[in-house]
Design a protein around this ligand. Structure first.
Ligand SMILES: [Zn+2]
Length: 475
């Protein structure tokens, strides 16, 4: 046998081996379904797989297309997915070879793709995630008709559709900015209730209501980290807070507990010291076991417990601890009036990672969605409003006592137009709500609202919060 013949024979053998491997691999992975999430600046495709895959992604122009090649895979489900408000016009697929699947995404305009795979978790199996980022030139016209918003303006910008119209604050006296973070979102539903409620939906509803209420307070402005059903990485959330010039960051959750019987609301702040509760210790432990932060770009979107731990860990880097504990306790006191508390004190988790603090940050667990009674309560608009009211009250009380310099609230306090510190009133025998309102020169409506009173009946010894006259006017 000549050398050429030997090589040809070898190639044939190798070819046979490869074919055998390929035949084996045909059943290696199936693409079972695709899910789609639209965020303000990107579209996320999540392919659900029966096992791990190798893949590659590239774009083609004229017309714009995105090609996703998945090795050792076949399509067993449908690629049908609603693509309204996305750059996608259609999705189709073909087997490039018996073992290799090609998915072609037809596009209205060019996108910048980024992709990665995820390993199974409690909720999902192996996944391939493809993010289609809008190109900046395309994204600008529909969203930002006005001047650029690269810097935080000293004079507040009125939200596009304020629920409650307020006169602008005096020139040069900025609003206090509260950034509200609805946990989870998109393909990360968070915890799930017994009747199929998703944490991501409940917390977005509470966050929106809280934003509406905070925007109704003169001297305050609220911004949301996410405004719809899509995922934002943990670092993205605190980055948004920093970009918006947050004076306070409030993350809203309604997680599951290891025990389905667990119930009640809690408020977390960060601590460099040891954990102060079992829950906090459990979270800290699960965090310390994993190195999800700083991972390969797909930070913790696959596990809600690690998610919560990760949020806390990330918050620790920006938390101003004393302020966080202070505002946290005020929020907790108010929440205690509308729902049972899981813990009477602000809880702290002992994470090691701490950077110089600049934004006070708290995480509010509004209740355990794993508890069926609490899950049904959390799904009602009235309870969501009450929770939001208690959080906004706590936030307002904190900033009345600790207004950041240069803000309208600081100006009010310094010019004696605002009471320093919250006022409480213990109801004496024979007192009515109207009498108390007259005494403190506030409206009965404001008293009812801030104290969540369902009727005007008072009990002797009951403690009422008295709103300051300046702020009470806008209630
Ligand atoms: Zn959560």
């Amino acid at each position: 046998m000549g050398l050429g013949m030997r090589i040809r024979a070898l190639v044939a053998v190798v070819g046979l081996l490869l074919t055998a491997l390929a035949v084996d691999a045909v059943a290696a992975a199936q693409v079972r379904s695709v899910r789609l999430w639209r965020a303000p600046d990107n579209t996320r495709l999540v392919f659900d797989l029966s096992g791990p895959v190798q893949h590659s992604v590239f774009t083609l122009t004229a017309p714009d297309r995105l090609v996703i090649d998945i090795s050792d895979a076949t399509l067993s489900g449908s690629l049908n997915v609603a693509t309204a408000n996305t750059p996608i016009t259609a999705m189709r697929s073909a087997q490039r070879t018996p073992s290799d699947l090609r998915v072609v995404v037809d596009l209205k305009k060019a996108v910048t793709p980024k992709s990665f795979t995820l390993t199974p978790n409690a909720q999902y199996g192996n996944r391939l995630v493809v993010d289609l980022f809008d190109n900046p030139a395309d994204a600008a016209p529909p969203t930002a008709p006005g001047p650029t918003v690269a810097t935080v303006p000293a004079v507040p910008v009125t939200p596009v559709k304020p629920a409650i119209k307020l006169p602008p604050s005096p020139a040069g006296k900025r609003d206090i900015i509260v950034v509200i973070d609805a946990g989870h979102g998109g393909e990360d539903p968070g915890a799930s209730g017994s009747r199929g409620q998703h944490e991501k939906d409940v917390v977005l509803a509470i966050a929106r209501e809280l934003q509406r209420q905070v925007n109704g307070l003169k001297g305050f402005r609220a911004e949301l980290t996410r405004t719809g059903d899509y995922f934002i990485p943990l670092r993205g959330r605190t980055e948004i807070a920093r970009k918006k010039g947050a004076d306070l960051f409030v993350s809203i959750h309604a997680d599951a507990a290891p025990s389905a019987a667990a119930f009640g609301a809690s408020v977390f702040a960060l601590s460099e010291r040891g954990a102060t509760s079992e829950t906090a210790r459990w979270l800290a432990d699960s965090e310390n076991r994993s190195d999800l932060i700083g991972g390969a770009g797909n930070v913790s979107l696959d596990d809600k417990d690690r998610m919560l731990a990760g949020v806390l860990l990330d918050l620790s880097m920006t938390a101003s601890l004393t302020s966080s504990l202070n505002v946290g306790q005020k929020v907790l006191n108010n929440i205690g009036r509308v729902t049972p508390l899981h813990k009477q004190r602000v809880e702290q988790a002992g994470f090691m990672v701490l950077k110089s603090p600049d934004i006070p940050s708290i995480l509010v667990e509004t209740g355990f969605i794993s508890n069926s009674k609490e899950a049904s309560k959390l799904a009602t608009a009235s309870h969501q409003q009450a929770l939001a009211r208690s959080i906004s009250s706590g936030v307002r009380q904190f900033f009345q006592q600790n207004p950041p310099p240069g803000t309208y609230i600081a100006w009010l306090r310094d010019s004696g137009k605002i009471a320093q510190g919250p006022r409480d009133h213990r109801v004496n025998p024979g007192e009515t709500l109207a009498m108390i309102a007259v005494r403190y020169q506030v409206s009965t409506a404001a008293l009812r609202s801030i104290n969540h009173l369902k009727s005007d009946g008072l009990k002797v010894g009951q403690v009422l919060s008295i709103p300051s006259t300046e702020l009470a006017a806008k209630e």
